[in-house]
Each structure stands twice: as structure tokens, then as C-alpha cells.
Design a protein around this ligand. Structure first.
Ligand SMILES: Cc1cc2nc3c(=O)[nH]c(=O)nc-3n(C[C@H](O)[C@H](O)[C@H](O)COP(=O)(O)OP(=O)(O)OC[C@H]3O[C@@H](n4cnc5c(N)ncnc54)[C@H](O)[C@@H]3O)c2cc1C
Length: 478
């Protein structure tokens, strides 16, 4: 059964019929028209690696990976599957939201065709396995950009919807689902309302998103008018956030290791798409690859502390202004493919919270102190404000307040107890953690962070589950 779902309404339609889908375009078994997209823009997700890994490379589970190339592959594969399955994209989630122990992973990256584009409205229709990198390759030369982008372009359209991802413009644009006029969801059984809300942020559990529309935003140049401003402490961060609340993209790097007078120092970064017309060419392919797993001891308090001091002073002055290409502004980490190998064979976990304004400041200070005390933080840490554009998903993560995200190398006896404490502190301050980045939440934490989880469970396709869901929600057979 397929559902054509458009925000804010959803409606059932037989395949190929009527509105929500470009007239005359083939839908399912027929071959969708390929407009143009370069295959290099979607790197082989896990070339040369035996199993599908999430970005944190923790946990690691055996699963059968079956590529889906056509919409019609989905019912056929499910009919032949023993046990449960889960649709996955490029595995850029950090934890186990894209994993299923001993199950079947339906890899959608072969379903990556562009179907339709309307330059009047900016609305692009594409199969769900297309990567944001491929969309950019198509859109930028035509003077369009993504409405919301995460810190890497190597995620799929389906993955972006299923985690209802957010970007540096959350305060003005809200999260990804707010820019998706319509998509198709194919399920094994049939039923029910509220499918849009359940599927945006629904972690792949409600069915397979086969194609979706996305409203792009116009640009006239690849350039970003950039400003970088040093800050010292949360009060200065909050002042800057207030002062620049009308700027489209705001984010900050924060030092999570230093204490004393350098506690919570950082660099506040602002950007707007340049209004000066410039050449709109696609990006070159990244040339650098992190070649091997780094030894476990490479990241330690001393090396991270040194990096942080160099990074904080890198810009030379307290306030710099320049025009930057969009690549280093949005995707600084994509420059080095497989940078996650820097954390060694054990992998990494990310801790990412959002705490509502009521307790945002005290919660952030308390959590940052706990992190600094642990000495375990890496240098990849981001502090940002979430705005008040409501997310459309029942299980979406963004909520108005402060968001902190940082990576920890996995040191089993130290990292997980710390994550438990930080999760409990987040709970105490009324916040929540981000499922797309998680590998450590307890059922109690998850079920308190996401009080709608039982209502959401009713929308789950009974053939689909994930290791994440089994860990945090399905413990009692939800
Ligand atoms: C360097 C880096 C920076 C990041 N920065 C951000 C950021 O700034 N903001 C942010 O929000 N996130 C960020 N992320 C997380 C990332 O954007 C999300 O985890 C995203 O969902 C990954 O997409 P994917 O295609 O790799 O999907 P996967 O990780 O493979 O899967 C993600 C979820 O989507 C589901 N899914 C995938 N395809 C489909 C489909 N066709 N139908 C139904 N369900 C599907 C899966 O079941 C799973 O639950 C970052 C990740 C990295 C590695």
C-alpha cells in the first residue's frame, strides 16, 4: 500500500494518480526520468567494508544489507524477508537508529533519481535515496540551495526526513520536514491518520519513503557572507545570539575542555547567502581521506586542549568578516572522507541535547562543567540556539532553547557512565537527546524525553524495527 502524504494534510491515493505527484511522471515500476545528477556526489556508502556501520561505528551488528533500486523492490523484499527490516540511507546517524541487529537493512541509495523540478517554486521531487550532495550538484548551478542542511551533505533525502534534521538556520527555518510539501510512504500493511507527523522524525519505522518533494531556496552565488566572533562564557554567547537573531545561519564552536577563565569560550559564526551574483558551479570532489584508524590514545585531554587553544586563536582577531564558499561554511568535516577513523577502532558517540529556555542557561553551564571535569570531550563541539518554528514531526528533536552537540571517543568504562550522568542531567533540566546521534539513552530517559512514544508506536510498520527502537522503546514489546 502506498500513501501520498502532504503537509499539513495526508491523503490516500492509488499509485500514479493525481496531485502531489508531477503529472505524467512514472511512479513505481516504470523508470523515473533522470534529470541530471553526478554519481560521484554520492560516495559508495561503505566501500570495502563488510558490514553497514553507523557514523559512530558503535555499536556494530551483523545485518543483511539488501539494496533497493526501485520502489517496487520494497514489497518484494519484505515478502521474502524472515524477521524484521529497516530502511537506511548513508549511515550518517551516529548510533543505532540506522542499525538492526541480525535483521535486514534496506539500503535506499540506489533509489537516487531526480524526478521533477519546478524553477518557479523551487520544488524538487526526487527519490528518497538521493543524497543532499547530489541535490546540491543539481541545484546550485541553477541558483538554488537546500532549505535546511546538516553538517554533512552525505545524507539522503529519506534519512533527512526520517530524523527531521536541523541546520544552522533553525531559528528562521525550523527543521527539514517544514520544507517537504509531500512524499510517498510505502508500507506493508494499511491504515490510519497523522502519517506525516509520524514519518517526519519517525526514524524509518513507519514505512519506506520512496520519493519526496523539497522546497529549495534561491541563491545567486556560492558565497556566504561570514563573520566569526570570539566569546567567553554562556552569557556572551546568549548576547550574541540575541544581537544576531535576524541572521539566517548562526552556530558556534565551543571549547568543552578548558576550565577557569577559559570555561565555555568559543567562536560564534554567522552567515548569510551572498547577494553579489557569482559563478554557480558544482563543488569539486573531496580529495582527502583519513587513511587508517588512529590509535586510541591519539585523542586525549592534552591534545584536545592544545587543538582548542589553536582553534580559538586561529582567526587572529576577536571579530572577523569575510566571504566564504558554502562548502567550508556548511560542511567543514566533509573535506576529509572517513574522518570518523580519527577516533580509532572503538569508534565515537555523540551527545546532543536541546534544553528549553526556562532551564537552558543553568542546564548548559552545569553540563559543560561536568564534561570539562571528565576530560573526555573531543574538540568537535557545537553550541547553538534552536528557534521557535514548530517541527511537524511527532518525534522531532528540535525544541526552542539551547542545543549542545559534542563527540566523545569510546572508552567503555568512562564514556558510558558519563553519558548516563549527562542524560540524567538533561532530563533534570527538562531537555531531550537526539535519537539520530544516540547510542546510550536508557528506556527511562527516552520515554521521558519523548512522551508521545506510545502514540508513535501505533504508526510503526510491524515489519520494521531498529536496534535503537528495540533498546529504548520495545523492551516491553511496545
Ligand atoms: C558530520 C555529520 C554532521 C551532522 N550534522 C547534523 C546536523 O547539523 N543536524 C542534524 O539534524 N543531523 C546532523 N547529522 C546527522 C544526520 O544528518 C542524520 O543522522 C541523517 O538522518 C542521516 O541520514 P542518512 O541518509 O545517512 O540516513 P541513515 O543514518 O542511514 O538513517 C537515518 C534514519 O533514517 C531512516 N531512513 C533512511 N532512509 C529512509 C527511507 N527512504 N524511508 C524511511 N526511513 C528512512 C533510517 O531507518 C534511520 O532511522 C550529522 C551527521 C554527520 C555524520
Amino acid at each position: 500500500m502506498s500513501l501520498y502524504i502532504s503537509a499539513p494534510f495526508f491523503f490516500l491515493k492509488p499509485p500514479g494518480a493525481g496531485s502531489g505527484y508531477p503529472i505524467g511522471m512514472p511512479v513505481s515500476t516504470a523508470e523515473p526520468e533522470v534529470l541530471t545528477t553526478s554519481p560521484e556526489a554520492a560516495p559508495e556508502p561503505h566501500a570495502g567494508q563488510p558490514q553497514f556501520e553507523s557514523w559512530g561505528r558503535y555499536p556494530r551488528y551483523d545485518a543483511k544489507v539488501i539494496p533497493l533500486n526501485w520502489r517496487s523492490d520494497f514489497p518484494a523484499v519484505l515478502a521474502g524477508a524472515h524477521g524484521s527490516a529497516l530502511p537506511v540511507g548513508l549511515g550518517r546517524s551516529y548510533g543505532d537508529v540506522c542499525l538492526l541487529k541480525d535483521g535486514v537493512l534496506l539500503q535506499t541509495t540506489g533509489m537516487n533519481r531526480l524526478i521533477d523540478f519546478n524553477p518557479e517554486t523551487g520544488v524538487l521531487t526526487a527519490e528518497a535515496g538521493i543524497s543532499l550532495a547530489q541535490i546540491l550538484d543539481f541545484a546550485v548551478p541553477r541558483g538554488f540551495f537546500l532549505p535546511v542542511t546538516p553538517g554533512t551533505k552525505y545524507v539522503t533525502l529519506g534519512g533527512a526526513i526520517a530524523n527531521d534534521i536541523h541546520g544552522k538556520n533553525h531559528e528562521v527555518a525550523g527543521s527539514f520536514g517544514n520544507h517537504v510539501p509531500c512524499f510517498e510512504l510505502v508500507r506493508s500493511p494499511r491504515e490510519n491518520p497523522d502519517w506525516f507527523a509520524a514519518t517526519v522524525g519517525g526514524m524509518g519505522l513507519t514505512g519506506l519513503i520512496t520519493w519526496a518533494q523539497l522546497r529549495l531556496r534561491p541563491i545567486v552565488s556560492r558565497g556566504i557572507d561570514y563573520e566569526g566572533i570570539q566569546y567567553h562564557g554562556i552569557d556572551e554567547f546568549l548576547d550574541l545570539k540575541q544581537r544576531y537573531q535576524d541572521v539566517e545561519y548562526t552556530v558556534s564552536w565551543i571549547d568543552c575542555v578548558s576550565t577557569g577563565k577559559n570555561f565555555a569560550r568559543g567562536i560564534f559564526m554567522l552567515g548569510e547567502h551572498s547577494k553579489v551574483p557569482g559563478e554557480l558551479k558544482p563543488s569539486p570532489e573531496p580529495k582527502l581521506v583519513f587513511p587508517v584508524d588512529a590509535p586510541g590514545f591519539a585523542l586525549n585531554r592534552a591534545s584536545v586542549s592544545m587543538f582548542n587553544t589553536v582553534f580559538f586563536h586561529k582567526q587572529g582577531k576577536a571579530h572577523v568578516k569575510t566571504v566564504q564558499d558554502y562548502e567550508p561554511f556548511f560542511y567543514p568535516l566533509d573535506k576529509v572522507l572517513h574522518w570518523n577513523r580519527m577516533y580509532g577502532r572503538n569508534g565515537l558517540v555523540q551527545f546532543q541535547y536541546a534544553i528549553p529556555w526556562e532551564h537552558a542557561k543553568e542546564g548548559t553551564v552545569a553540563i559543560l562543567r561536568e564534561i570539562a571535569r571528565s576530560g573526555l570531550a573531543s574538540f568537535l563541539a557545537v553550541l547553538k540556539a534552536f528557534g521557535d518554528v514548530p517541527s511537524l514531526g511527532m518525534m522531532s528533536f528540535p525544541t526552542p532553547g539551547i542545543m549542545l552537540a559534542l563527540d566523545f571517543p569510546i572508552k567503555p568504562n568512562l564514556t558510558f557512565p558519563l553519558l548516563q550522568r549527562l542524560g540524567d542531567m538533561t532530563l533534570e533540566f527538562g531537555g531531550r537527546l537526539y535519537s539520530a546521534k544516540d547510542a546510550a539513552m536508557t528506556p527511562r530517559q527516552y520515554q521521558t524525553f519523548y512522551p508521545e512514544w506510545q502514540r508513535f508506536a501505533r504508526f510503526r510498520d510491524p515489519m520494521l524495527t531498529s536496534s535503537f527502537w528495540e533498546r529504548v522503546a520495545d523492551t516491553a514489546g511496545a
